[in-house]
Design a protein around this ligand. Structure first.
Ligand SMILES: Cc1ncc(COP(=O)(O)O)c(C=O)c1O
Length: 428
């Protein structure tokens, strides 16, 4: 496993075919940037994924986060099959919706009411609408480097030094109601935040930004100031919800927001998102005064998967989260030592079962620091791992799942050793 052994010709041939009719050959741009080639998934089981050439990869991309239980959790697959056997009841009122809402309200500290959509990006839009409806205000504070989905109204200030739109084609006017601040800058927050704001939105634990905890006391300060001014505090827990703990980042930090946005892991791989909050702030949507629309909202198949997933997590939380966190910690220690042994500069950050590696920097504890990482080199390094049968997200992010085994970890360690050796020899 230490040597490059996987061939990518079949995936490359598929890409040539797909590019003729499918935009960028993929359905979400970053997937098209995987190196040496975007692998074309054929099937998957547990923590493993096979491409159309029959190559097997130990998977730490985990569907970009959702696959907390791996690729084939029995309970979830059985629930989805049973649901399909009841016929496609899209856009119907069904009992699964209340079952899921009750589970979320039991497990997520801020939740007394829930509303469902089909993705994290949609859930962010719904949360902002609820915050505006309940405060009667419009302006929102967003932190630089925090990602809140791809819609025009929030897809901005993702990279250091760019407070504008994140892509060509965005409506610059859609950003009018946002004010950007630096994460952790308490003075700027105090200067800026007034009763004119509807909401402050943030990723309480920055997984996208580089897997580090918030500056000590910062989230608590945001909580205090927003409460004093009647501004809605929105936690974007699309990644951290059901990933870092059963109660998400809010349970870990001991800070309860007014609204939480969840997605990814709650659906175990099926498309779903939700907004959850206290009765008072959810009143506009729970009374029906505010419009919340969507043909696929609460679709029975995704809801069945989510009920099965959260029920499983609730029953097994005491063992499951400590186990995947410890497995990632073990891998982290190995990667740090292996990089040092091979003389490769590489920061390795971890928050629970999420880990970020970044070549070209030794440490990464702020968003500004993370921006100094050598991302092309990191992406190339991800390619070296892929060639050795280990898939991570190209920008260096990795997720542990409940399906990974000790054998997977041992194989992964050998793959990192081989990749660092190759990196070092190419540089010398
Ligand atoms: C923190 C955060 N918020 C929102 C989103 C958007 O979710 P989705 O891709 O399901 O639309 C993401 C996606 O990566 C995310 O990481």
């Amino acid at each position: 496993m230490g040597s490059a052994s996987h061939a990518f010709e079949k995936s490359a041939q598929y890409r040539e075919r797909a590019l003729k009719t499918l935009s960028y050959g993929v359905s979400s741009t970053p997937r098209g940037n995987q190196q040496p080639a975007p692998i074309v998934a054929d099937h998957a089981r547990d923590a493993h994924i096979w491409d159309i050439a029959g190559n097997r990869y130990i998977d730490y991309a985990a569907g970009y986060g959702p696959l907390i239980l791996g690729h084939s959790p029995r309970e979830v697959i059985d629930a989805v099959k049973a649901e399909l056997d009841r016929g496609l009841r899209t856009a119907s009122v069904h009992e699964g919706e209340a079952n899921l809402a009750e589970l979320i309200c039991r497990t997520l500290p801020c939740a007394s009411k829930c509303a469902f959509v089909s993705s994290g990006s949609e859930a962010i839009q719904l949360a902002l609408r609820i915050a505006r409806a309940s405060t009667g205000r419009t302006q929102v504070i967003k932190f630089r480097g925090h990602y809140h989905g791809w819609f025009d109204s929030v897809h901005a200030a993702g990279a250091g030094g760019n407070d504008g739109p994140s892509t060509i084609g965005q409506d610059p006017g859609a950003l009018k109601s946002l004010t950007f601040l630096d994460w952790g800058d308490e003075d700027a927050l105090r200067r800026t935040l007034t009763r004119d704001y509807a909401a402050v939105i943030l990723e309480p634990i920055a997984v996208n930004g580089g897997c580090f905890m918030p500056p000590p006391g910062f989230v608590e300060t945001v909580r205090r100031l927003t409460r004093e001014l009647g501004v809605a505090l929105i936690f974007d827990e699309v990644i951290t919800g059901y990933r870092l703990s059963l109660g998400g980042a809010q349970a870990l930090l001991g800070v309860t927001p007014d609204l939480a946005v969840i997605g990814k892991a709650m659906g175990s791989g099926l498309p779903i998102g939700a907004v959850a909050g206290a009765d008072a702030i959810m009143e506009p949507v729970s009374s029906g005064r505010m419009l919340h629309r969507g043909t696929f909202n609460g679709n029975p198949v995704s809801v069945a998967a989510s009920v099965a997933c959260i029920s499983y997590l609730e029953r097994n939380a005491d063992q499951l989260y400590p186990r995947i966190d410890a497995m990632m910690a073990d891998l982290q220690r190995h990667i740090v030592a292996s990089a040092a042994r091979h003389g490769v500069t590489c920061a390795v950050n971890r928050t629970g079962s999420a880990m970020q590696i970044a070549l070209g920097i030794a440490e990464m504890d702020t968003l500004a620091g993370a921006a100094k990482a050598d991302f092309p080199a990191t992406q190339k390094f991800a390619g070296r791992l892929l060639s050795r049968g280990v898939q991570i997200i190209g920008r260096g992010l990795m997720y542990m799942t409940a399906a990974h085994t000790d054998e997977d970890i041992a194989e992964t360690k050998a793959a990192f050793d081989g990749a660092f050796a190759e990196e070092a020899s190419e540089r010398s």
